[in-house]
Each structure stands twice: as C-alpha cells, then as structure tokens.
Design a binder for this molecule. Structure first.
Ligand code: SF4
Ligand code: SF4
Length: 229
C-alpha cells in the first residue's frame, strides 16, 4: 500500500489526474475497512465509559468552571451595591441595572432591578473579576434552558443565590483572584459598607462628606451674581 502511494499511475480516462493512486483489490472491495470499523466498535463496547447518562446523571464541575453568572445573597440580601462596574466591563452588554438608595441599609445602595440577558452572556467572567464586592460570581450552573427571549432575561430574583451554595467558587476566588498583580484577593466583609453616614462618624478632621455635599447643595442653590454692569 505504501508503494502505491509513492508510485502514481497514469489515469487512462483523464490525463489531468495522472497522480491518482490505483486502489488494490482489497481496497476496492472495502471489506477489510468495514471489518476494521466493526472490530473497533466491538472493542469500545467493553472499554470503560467516559460519557454520562445526562440528564439523569449530572456533572459536578470543579470550582474553576465558569457557569451562569449569579448574584451573591448574603443574609437574605444582595451584596451588590449597584456600582455598575460589571455592566461597564461586560463585553456583549448583557447586564443592566438601576441603582436605588436606602438610608436604613448599612450599605445604602442596592439595585432596584438587575438583569442579565443570557442570550448575550458569553461566560467570560469579566463581571466577576471587576466586582469590588464579590457580589457577582460565576456559578456551576450549566443547565440553562429557556423557551423564549423573555425567559432568557434573568431578573434579580432568579439571579440571587445564597452565599452558602457558592462557597466553593468564593473560596476559589479568595485563593486565585488577582494573582496576576502579585496579590491574593481577600474579600473583607467590612468593605461592603459604603455608607457615607458610617464613614462620617469615623472622620475626625476637616469637612465630612455630608458637610461637603450640604455645602455643594447650598452653592448650587445660590443665584449667580455679577458685578458686570
Ligand atoms: S460573564 Fe461576561 S458576558 Fe456574561 S454577564 Fe459577565 S461580563 Fe457579561
Ligand atoms: S460590579 Fe458588583 S457591586 Fe457593582 S453593580 Fe456589578 S454586581 Fe453590583
């Protein structure tokens, strides 16, 4: 057979295909190849299986796996402070949100609505990387089904997952996040407090942010005067 490859023969039907290889008798009847394929199939029937009977058997991905992005629910409340960084970093513009404020809440800001369009999401994980609150993470969920475009838009209620169920991913992030900068990411829960009011209590010198904002408000309200006549 090897000889055949090296010795092209003249095709009597068409001179242009003069390099066409001449098949041997066995090659022309195909039977050896058919038996080879049957033998291969038979061997595979008795070798160990690498497939799963999905959906009865589900795969449990490792913590490095990037599945559906979800919002972290911490003590019954979202960690998200609606800063908008994830929406800004998202390459296919899949995230949209509206921030709101609640003065009784220690973190003051929260997303009024938060949506991810899963038809757009490319599972890049940029939202998770930029989030300063560890409030959005890539889950293990790969089983994503919807029957209409509307169903593909995940709202806050469908996105929220308790932090206890995301412990593996959060641990993975703690160990490996931002390694490229020579630092280990260590999320501090007290960082989640963005309250101007609380920071104001700790400030001892100069104007507090509240005073600065008050001052700015007064300046904005003052009518512009002019000495031009
Ligand atoms: S994983 Fe990527 S594409 Fe999906 S929402 Fe996050 S930033 Fe956007
Ligand atoms: S980056 Fe984090 S905190 Fe900011 S809006 Fe996105 S999920 Fe919320």
């Amino acid at each position: 057979m090897q000889d055949n490859l090296e010795k092209p023969v003249l095709n009597t039907l068409n001179k242009e295909y003069s390099r066409e290889r001449k098949l041997s008798f066995l090659e022309r009847i195909y039977l050896p190849e058919v038996f080879k394929a049957l033998w291969y199939t038979l061997k595979q029937m008795f070798s160990p299986k690498f497939t799963m009977n999905y959906p009865e058997e589900k795969w449990d991905p490792p913590s490095i796996f990037r599945g559906r992005p979800v919002l972290v629910e911490d003590n019954g409340q979202e960690r998200c402070v609606a800063c908008g960084l994830c929406a800004r970093a998202c390459p296919p513009l899949a995230i949209s949100m509206q921030a709101n404020e609640d003065s009784d809440d220690p973190k003051e800001r929260y997303p009024d609505f938060f949506e991810i369009n899963m038809l757009r999401c490319i599972y890049c994980g940029f939202c998770e990387e930029v989030c300063p609150e560890e409030a959005i993470v890539m889950s293990k969920d790969y089983d994503i089904v919807f029957e209409s475009r509307e169903q593909a838009i995940y709202d806050k209620e469908r996105l929220l997952v308790p932090k206890e169920d995301l412990e593996e991913r959060l641990e993975y992030l703690r160990n490996y996040r931002n390694n490229q900068f020579g630092q280990f990411w260590d999320f501090q829960e007290e960082n989640n407090i963005h309250s101007v009011r609380d920071r104001d209590q700790n400030w001892e010198s100069g104007l507090s942010l509240v005073d600065i904002l008050e001052q700015q408000k007064k300046i904005d309200e003052t009518k512009a005067s002019s000495t031009w006549s």
